[in-house]
Write a protein that binds this ligand. Structure first.
Ligand code: SF4
Length: 403
C-alpha cells in the first residue's frame, strides 16, 4: 500500500472517508495490521518527507533510524516512471510522459506564467490562470507575452508568478469527444490516488502553484480519487482556491463536487466544457450530451454556483464552421442569462488541431464577432492563451504517444 493510501485510510478509520474508489485500496479491504506498524510519530515524519520535503528516497531520511528506512520505503513505491520530458513555448511549457506500473502511459503538462502575462486575469477573476480577459486593445484580443522559441533566449528579467499543472485523471477517456486526442484512445482505467498525487509531487519539484484537472480523462468518472487528490494537494501546499476541476458536464458528478466543496471547505473552481448553446450543436462535439443535455448540465452548474457562491467557468472551444457563428453566441448567452447574471463566465479556447481530426480553429475575425456578441448580452468573456501546441501538450492534444 502506498503511503498516501495508508494516510487516507487512517483518516477514514477515524471517521472521514477519503478514498473509497475500487480502483485503489480502500479502507474496506485494507489490512488493519498495517496501521499498527506505524506510530503517530512515524506517520508524521513520513508525511513531512512526502508532502513537505517532496522526498521519497529513504536513504536521505536522516530523522529516521537507518535500520527502519528500507522497510519504510515500501510505502513509497515508484508508481510513475518519467519516459519523456518535452519543453515547449521557449521553456514555459513542459510536457511529461509517464509510464505506470501496468505499462499504461499518461501525460501531464506544466505551464509557467509571469506577472506581466496575467496581471489582468488575476485582478478580474480568471479561473485557472490560463485565461486572460478579452481586451480589444491587444492584437489578438488578449495580452499574450512575447514568446521566444529558445529557453536560452528568454527574458531573464521576467519573474515567474505561477506555474499550473494540468493533471491527468484517467488512462484514456470514455467520453469520445471527436476533437480530442485522448477521446480517441477510449478508456483503459482510472488513475489511483498515488498516481494522482505523484503527478502533483513531481510537479511541486518544478515549483507548481496551481492545478487544473483538465488533462487526460473525465474527473467525475474518478471522483473519490479526485477528491482525495484535492485533500492531498492541500497537504502539498496547493490550496483549493488554486485548483480548477473541469468536467464535460455530468450532473451527478457536479452535484457531488458542490457538496464536497461545501462540506469539506475546499473552495476549488468548477469548469464546464460546454462548447455550444444548443443541443443540436453540442451533440456533434460532446457525445455524452445526448444523455445529459445542456439544460441538465447548466442546472447542475448553476446549483454549484448557488451552493458555493463561486462563479462557474464555461469552457467554449471555437471550432471553425461548427459552433463559432454569431447566432451560436446569442444562443449561449440566452441559456446562461436564463439562469441569472454573473453566475458564470465564458472562457474561449482557441481549438488546437489534432492529427486525423476534422475540426479546425476559427479565424481571429470570427472569434472577435463571437466574443462581441456574448459581451453585448452582458456575458463576461476571457480567452485562454494556447500553450504547448508545439509539443502536442495543448488542450485536447494529450494522447500519450510512445516515444
Ligand atoms: S475533451 Fe475531456 S472529456 Fe472529452 S474525450 Fe477529451 S479528455 Fe475526455
Amino acid at each position: 500500500m502506498h503511503f498516501v493510501e495508508l494516510l487516507n485510510n487512517k483518516i477514514a478509520s477515524s471517521g472521514t472517508s477519503i478514498n473509497q474508489s475500487g480502483t485503489t485500496t480502500s479502507h474496506k479491504n485494507q489490512d488493519p495490521s498495517e496501521h499498527a506498524t506505524l506510530s503517530k510519530m512515524r506517520m508524521s515524519q513520513l508525511s513531512n518527507q512526502y508532502f513537505a520535503q517532496l522526498n521519497i528516497d529513504p536513504n536521505t531520511w536522516t530523522n529516521i533510524p537507518k535500520d527502519e528506512r528500507e522497510q519504510l520505503s515500501e510505502y513509497f513505491p515508484e508508481v510513475l516512471k518519467t519516459v519523456n520530458k518535452q519543453i515547449g513555448d521557449g521553456g514555459d511549457t513542459i510536457k511529461y510522459l509517464y509510464e505506470l506500473t501496468d505499462g499504461s502511459l499518461i501525460e501531464s503538462v506544466i505551464m509557467k506564467y509571469y506577472d506581466e502575462d496575467f496581471s489582468d486575469s488575476i485582478n478580474k477573476g480568471s479561473t485557472d490562470g490560463r485565461s486572460v480577459p478579452n481586451n480589444n486593445n491587444s492584437t489578438a484580443g488578449r495580452s499574450v507575452p512575447n514568446k521566444n522559441n529558445s529557453a536560452n533566449d528568454k527574458d531573464v528579467s521576467k519573474k515567474e508568478s505561477r506555474a499550473t499543472l494540468c493533471i491527468s485523471c484517467q488512462v484514456g477517456c470514455a467520453m469520445a469527444c471527436p476533437f480530442c486526442a485522448t477521446g480517441k484512445l477510449g478508456l483503459k482505467r482510472n488513475l489511483s490516488l498515488p498516481e494522482l498525487t505523484e503527478q502533483i509531487r513531481l510537479a511541486k519539484l518544478e515549483g507548481v502553484t496551481n492545478i487544473v484537472f483538465m488533462g487526460m480523462g473525465e474527473p467525475t468518472q474518478n471522483l473519490k480519487n479526485i477528491e482525495a487528490a484535492v485533500r492531498a494537494a492541500d497537504k502539498f501546499g496547493i490550496f483549493a482556491k488554486n485548483i480548477t476541476i473541469s468536467t464535460v458536464g455530468i450532473p451527478d458528478g457536479i452535484n457531488e463536487l458542490a457538496d464536497f466543496s461545501v462540506y469539506e471547505k475546499f473552495p476549488f473552481r468548477l469548469a464546464i466544457s460546454l462548447h455550444a448553446g444548443t443541443n443540436l450543436t453540442r451533440d456533434k462535439l460532446i457525445p455524452i450530451n445526448k444523455k445529459y443535455p445542456i439544460d441538465e448540465v447548466l442546472d447542475a452548474a448553476f446549483a454549484f454556483f448557488k451552493k458555493t457562491t463561486r462563479r462557474v467557468s464555461i469552457e467554449y472551444l471555437l471550432a471553425k464552421g461548427v459552433n463559432d457563428t454569431e447566432k451560436e453566441a446569442y444562443n449561449l448567452a440566452k441559456v446562461l442569462n436564463r439562469r441569472g447574471s454573473n453566475w458564470a463566465h465564458v472562457n474561449i479556447i482557441p481549438l488546437n488541431e489534432v492529427e486525423g481530426s476534422d475540426y479546425f480553429p476559427s479565424d481571429k475575425a470570427t472569434q472577435d464577432v463571437f466574443i462581441n456578441a456574448l459581451k453585448s448580452k452582458g456575458i463576461f468573456v476571457t480567452v485562454r492563451e494556447s500553450r504547448g501546441s508545439d509539443i502536442d501538450g495543448a488542450c485536447g492534444q494529450l494522447a500519450s504517444k510512445p516515444v
